[in-house]
Structures are given as C-alpha cells and as structure tokens.
Design a binder for this molecule. Structure first.
Ligand code: EPZ
Length: 427
C-alpha cells in the first residue's frame, strides 16, 4: 500500500489536465451490454474503479480492449463488445469491492430479460440503499426478487412494457439504472424528479448515439421510447467536474494560479459560485477554467443539494479550503448521513470544526500543521491533501486506495504545478 508525503507551503502555479469523469464512465461502461456491436469510450480515466468495472464486464463475456495510449498519457480508450452474454449474474465478491456495479442491473435486464446482482453493502458515507432503483424498474414492469443477498430482476417475455415513476428522492444511480433499462423496453417509460447531473446527460447522449429515443435530456422529466435494438457507438467521456473542483480548491488554499485544462464551467456553476464567494478569482476560458487566489479567503455558508445545487462530492474539499478562510462558515450535508469523516483528521491538522448531525461549523484558522492522517473515503481523502498543501510541515496521507479510486495520478498532476508531494511505499 502507498502513502502520500506532502510538504506544505508551495504556491501552485501552472496547468492541470482534467481527466474523464469517473461518475460518467461508471454508467457509460455498462451501456456496452445493450448492444451486440462495439462501444468505444474515449477519455476514460485510469482509475481503480474503472479497472474493476472492466473486470466485471469481462465476467459477463464482454470483451474489452484498451487501445493505443502511451503510459505517460492521461486517460485511455476502451472498446467493449458484447456479441453474446455468458452470464447475467454480478457476484458478491466483485460487487462488494465496487458499489457502482449495481449499475449493471438495468442494462442487463434490458438485454437479457433478467439480471441478478449482489446487493451492494453500505459504505463509509452512508447505508446507500437501492430501493429507488428497484421501485423504478418495477414501475416499468419488472418483477423483483430479493434472496440470499442478491437482487433478481425479471422482465416479461417481449421486454419491459413500460410505465411511469416519480422519484420521491433524487437519485443519480437509480435514474441511471432506470434509463438504461428503459431504452430497450417494448413500451414508453417516463421518469419524474429524475436526477439532472451532467453525468446523466452524458449517459443519455451516449444512449442516443446508440439509437435510443430519449426526450427531456438535462431536465428532471425524462421520456424514453423503447426501441428494438441499439447499435454501437464511439463516445468521449465528459470532463470530471468534481476532479476539476477539487484541484480548484487545492490551488486556492495555496494562493496559487492554476489553469484547469478541459474543465467545463457550464457543468460547475455551483462550485464556481462558491469559490467566487470565498474570494477566488475564476475566469472561464476556451478549453478550461483559470483559478487565481491572491487575496484573503472569506468564510461562506454552503448547503449540498442535487444538481444544479452545490455537489455533495465537493463538500469535503470546500471544507478544507474554508478551514483557512477568515470567519465562520456553516456547511450542511443534505445528501448523505455520514459525510464528515474528514473532520477528525482535519482537526488533527489544527482545523477548528464542530459538527452536529448534518451541520458543520468551520472557524477559519491562521495556520494548520502537517500530520499523519488516514484517508477514509474518496472525497474526504482529497480534502486532507488540500489541507496538507497549505499546512506547515509534513503531512502523510495513508490508505491511498481511496484516492486511487477517483483521482487519476493525483501526485503527478500536483507535481506539474509545483506541489512538494511524493507517493512512497507504506511499510
Ligand atoms: C452517485 O452516487 C455518485 N456515485 C456519488 O459520488 C454522489 O455522491 C451521488 O451520486 C450524489 O451525487 C456515482 O455516480 C458512481 P444517489 P449514488 O442515489 O447514485 C438515497 C463519489 O464520491 N438513495 O444520488 O449512490 C441515498 O442514500 C461518489 O464520486 C435512496 O434512499 O447517489 C442518498 O441519501 C460518492 N435509495 C441519496 O439518495 C436509493 O435507491 C442520493 O443518492 C438510492 C439512493
């Protein structure tokens, strides 16, 4: 296992290439199940979760080919082909390692008329139920059975007849599963209060390129007219708006000036608004976003919400930045029940944070000191890196497998802009 050793104090300056979006890639990859023809995805990030999903697809008989990319390049091209499916079961030992595996349920049901997926357990940030995934599929005409820790979904002969489902809670994954199940239905499926995240738009754009008929893309009301078959496509994964926001916070806490190459401002409005309120200069340019922080950081209140609101996946990173702002910030986490695990670790670096339920009160401090800290979940881990970049002395971040799930070659990207950060083996 590795660890990161960071010596804080360097001002970040230069250009950081932004990779393809993890949370888009994890819903685009299972789309290959929906056709016998090749689906080629470009700009896939090199991440542990992507490798895991590739392995899961291979279990179903899907062939995957990584096409010519040099080791030093960021991102890669993957072609997936599923002329026939040899298994419609996603086993526990794979699903437990990567909860996004649940996203094979909808497309496998659409392709095979049945799918059996191990129930994903909870995770560090919450118990993460999948009831909405199952209710949406049932609304479209699927029969659902739960047994021995597995979900089995079955469609009537001839495919899902279609139907309507109104989400009581906005759910990204349940929206994705429902859309992927609906594209091959024998009837029309309508979703209300569906998630509107850019990753859902990316999914709908790929499915449309494959021949799906989807109306209302980008809105919370989606209508999908089932078609008999889909064809292959080549598609470029969107830029990772959360990775871009994470590096923006890293640049800001060091008083730096960084260009986020490939970032899309139109997908990051709430994050950029928050940064501007904190006093960070943001300039939207062709091909990316310039971030410049040379003045004092100001305390700002933030509440997470479904897109287009402030992203829960940016909460930990913004908290780390606000630890160095002048004044007191109030953060409210409305999406997940346990997404403050970065707080005790930030406190060990000198942060002044009090939490009560889903509210965190962050009082800015003049200085933070490096410490040995432990990563607990993906975004919390990055908040510790952000704090370490501005802390006095050395910060050691352990359990890097959390970071490697969602940030492509993080230490190389930070070294590009002058960070004193090394990845070393952890004895
Ligand atoms: C996706 O998770 C993302 N993961 C998460 O990113 C992200 O935080 C989350 O959406 C919210 O934006 C991927 O895309 C792989 P939800 P997902 O279903 O789909 C409740 C990261 O750091 N809910 O929108 O699991 C749920 O408990 C990860 O990259 C139900 O009650 O999130 C939560 O409170 C972390 N029943 C809320 O809805 C369900 O059936 C939102 O969850 C499903 C969800």
């Amino acid at each position: 296992m590795d660890k990161l050793v960071i010596c804080g104090g360097n001002r970040l300056e230069g250009t950081i290439p932004i990779s393809g979006a993890k949370n888009a890639a994890l819903t685009l990859i299972p789309c290959a199940l929906l056709t016998e023809e090749p689906v080629t995805l470009r700009n896939l990030p090199r991440l542990a979760d992507i490798d895991g999903f590739q392995h899961l697809m291979n279990q179903f008989g899907v062939t995957t080919v990584i096409q010519g990319t040099r080791p030093q390049d960021f991102g890669r091209v993957m072609s997936l082909e599923a002329p026939r499916i040899t298994s419609s079961v996603a086993p526990y030992d794979l699903v437990r390692k990567m909860r996004a595996s649940i996203l094979v349920l909808g497309p496998m049901l659409a392709r095979m008329g049945e799918a059996t997926v191990s129930m994903p357990g909870g995770c560090a940030i919450g118990n993460r139920p999948i009831d909405l995934h199952l209710k949406a599929l049932e609304a479209f005409g699927a029969r659902i059975e739960l047994a021995q820790g597995y979900v089995k979904a079955m469609a009537p002969d001839g495919g899902l007849p279609g139907g309507d489902f109104d989400f009581p809670v906005v759910s990204v994954g349940a929206t994705e599963n429902a859309v992927m199940a609906a594209v091959l239905a024998s009837g029309t499926c309508r979703l209300f209060n569906a998630a509107r995240e850019p990753e859902i738009v990316d999914l709908c754009n790929l499915l449309s390129a494959m021949g799906a008929e989807i109306e209302g893309i980008g809105t919370s009301d989606l209508t999908i007219h089932g078609v008999r078959r889909l064809h292959g496509a080549t598609y470029r994964v969107m830029a990772d708006r959360i990775e871009a926001g994470s590096y923006a916070c890293a640049a800001a806490i060091t008083g730096g000036e960084v260009f986020l190459d490939g970032a899309r401002a139109d997908e990051m409005h709430a994050t950029l608004t928050a940064l501007r309120l904190i006093g960070v200069e943001i300039e939207e340019r062709r091909g990316g976003i310039a971030v410049h922080a040379d003045g004092p950081l100001k305390a700002t209140d933030l509440t997470t919400a479904p897109y287009p609101g402030f992203a829960t996946d940016m909460q930990a990173q913004m908290m780390a930045l606000l630890c160095r702002a002048e004044g007191t910030s109030v953060l409210k986490e409305t999406i997940f029940e346990n997404r403050y695990m970065h707080v005790p670790e930030l406190r060990r670096m000198g942060a002044d944070i009090a939490t009560e339920g889903r509210t965190a009160i962050v009082k800015g401090v003049a200085r933070m000191t490096g410490a040995e800290v432990m990563a607990t979940d993906l975004r919390a881990s990055f908040s510790l890196v952000i704090a370490g970049l501005a802390a006095e002395g050395e910060t050691v971040v352990r359990r890097l497998y959390h970071l490697d799930r969602g940030y492509e070659r993080l230490e190389e990207k930070l070294q590009l802009v002058g960070a004193d950060i090394e990845r070393v083996a952890d004895d």
